[in-house]
Design a binder for this molecule. Structure first.
Ligand code: NAD
Ligand code: MG
Length: 395
């Protein structure tokens, strides 16, 4: 019988958080929920607390945390309610915690993920923005803290599953030639450049294969999600930009592949359901039930592949360029993207304005080498100011 693991779930009310709790509820003897966190959705966090009885519930917003606290007290719950960024760090680094699911969306997830890394936790990383913004610093914290890093993003989880076992100084030393990062291509794969200009919010929120939070759904439509994942793969697997190839695969059945120097290509396949990577990481190195149904290859019948179109989807090119530039470029790009996506969701800018905004912010920012975390946070904030100004001048 494996040891009981105490788990903190950052971003518990989101798509990944809810799927994580679904998997955990299938294995009540293996996992105990230590802390659940959310931004401001009181009702959702309240019902999760009722079901999982965590020791702590954390909300970013103070006002929301007060409301949650009252509701839990009335219900006779022993869960203690905290609020703010330092509380998110506290429940990520607490000595009682074994594993942390890092599933906050955006750069808000960075500090708690670093706290978990420094405290040597087993980190289940869904929050790709952490690696895009501060890959070098986060990976250093993982190394120094002795943390175990397990990727949740379906592509990176797939790559992790088919990578050679053991530690290697480089991919080539492990016999790996390149990583083939698959992409669904999003809902506008077949749209013309003209059609892209007229894309509505509703169309962009309608992903063909995956059910996800709004930010990553829009990122998938612009292909920025794949761009962020290229940078994520760079940090997780020590892969150079030339060693990462994006392959559009509309069925989202192959979750990514690794090509070895002998010509072998290993892939991980499965239904597009995040409970598979979540269960893999929760149970690692053992396999456990996830609730995901068997892959029906006869029903799928065919698998297609095509090259991505970076003319139509400039975000993918912008991300490759930011990775090649290095320093704070990816942090600037990530911040500009977060502002652009929010402005698109609020219908202040159009779909094709998203890459235009990011490119403009990058051109007007100072690219510097990374010295420390504070410097990256400053770059993030400056890029946000510049991006907000772009949106204002547009409206
Ligand atoms: P979501 O929008 O559904 O949920 C986000 C969660 O983060 C919520 O619990 C919300 O309360 C919390 N949150 C939001 N802003 C916050 C803030 N400022 N401070 C503290 N908490 C905050 O998002 P999601 O789809 O679950 O994605 C979460 C992360 O996982 C993202 O980084 C995303 O890129 C990554 N990811 C998601 C999927 C997926 O299938 N949904 C797949 C791969 C990677
Ligand atoms: Mg992904």
């Amino acid at each position: 019988m494996p040891k009981l693991q105490h788990v903190t779930i950052l971003g518990a009310t989101g798509t990944i958080g809810v799927n994580t709790l679904d998997v955990i509820s299938q294995h009540p003897h293996r996992f105990e929920v230590f802390a659940l966190t959310a931004n401001q959705n009181v009702d959702a966090l309240f019902s999760q607390c009722q079901k999982f009885n965590p020791r702590y519930a954390v909300m970013l917003e103070e006002h929301a945390s007060e409301q949650l606290s009252v509701k839990l007290k009335e219900a006779g719950s022993p869960t203690e309610v905290l609020h703010g960024m330092s509380a998110l760090e506290f429940v990520s680094a607490h000595e009682k915690v074994d594993a942390v699911m890092a599933a906050i969306v955006g750069s808000a997830g960075l500090k708690p993920a670093i706290a978990a890394a420094k405290a040597g936790k087993r980190i289940l990383l869904a929050n790709k923005e952490t690696l895009v913004m501060a890959g070098s610093i986060f990976m250093q914290a993982v190394e120094e803290g002795g943390a175990t890093l397990l990727p949740i993003d379906s592509e990176h989880n797939a790559i992790f599953q088919v990578m050679p076992q053991g530690k290697f100084a480089s991919l080539i030393d492990g016999g790996v030639k390149k990583i083939l990062l698959t992409a669904s291509g999003g809902p506008f794969r077949k749209a013309s450049s003209d059609e892209l200009k007229r894309v509505t919010l509703k169309q962009a929120l309608n992903h063909p294969n995956w059910v996800m939070g709004p930010k990553i759904t829009i990122d998938s439509a612009t292909l920025m999600n794949k761009g962020l994942e290229v940078i994520e793969a760079h940090w997780l697997f020590n892969a150079s930009p030339a060693q990462i190839e994006v392959v559009v695969h509309p069925q989202s059945v192959i979750h990514s592949m690794v090509e070895y120097i002998d010509g072998s290509v290993l892939a991980q396949l499965g239904n597009p359901d995040m409970r598979t990577p979540i269960a893999y990481a929760l149970g690692y190195p053992e396999r456990m039930q996830s609730g995901v149904s068997s892959l029906d290859l006869f029903k799928i019948a065919r698998l297609d592949f095509e090259a991505p179109d970076t003319q139509k989807f400039p975000c993918l090119r912008l991300a490759f360029d930011a990775l090649k530039t290095g320093g704070n470029a990816a942090a600037i790009m990530n911040a500009a993207n977060e502002v652009a996506v929010e402005a698109f969701i609020k219908e202040k800018i159009g779909f094709t304005d998203i890459p235009a905004l990011i490119e403009s912010v990058l051109e007007n920012s100072q690219i510097k080498a990374v010295s420390d975390l504070e410097m990256l946070i400053t770059s993030d904030q400056e890029a946000r100011i510049s991006a907000e100004a772009w949106v204002k001048s547009f409206v």
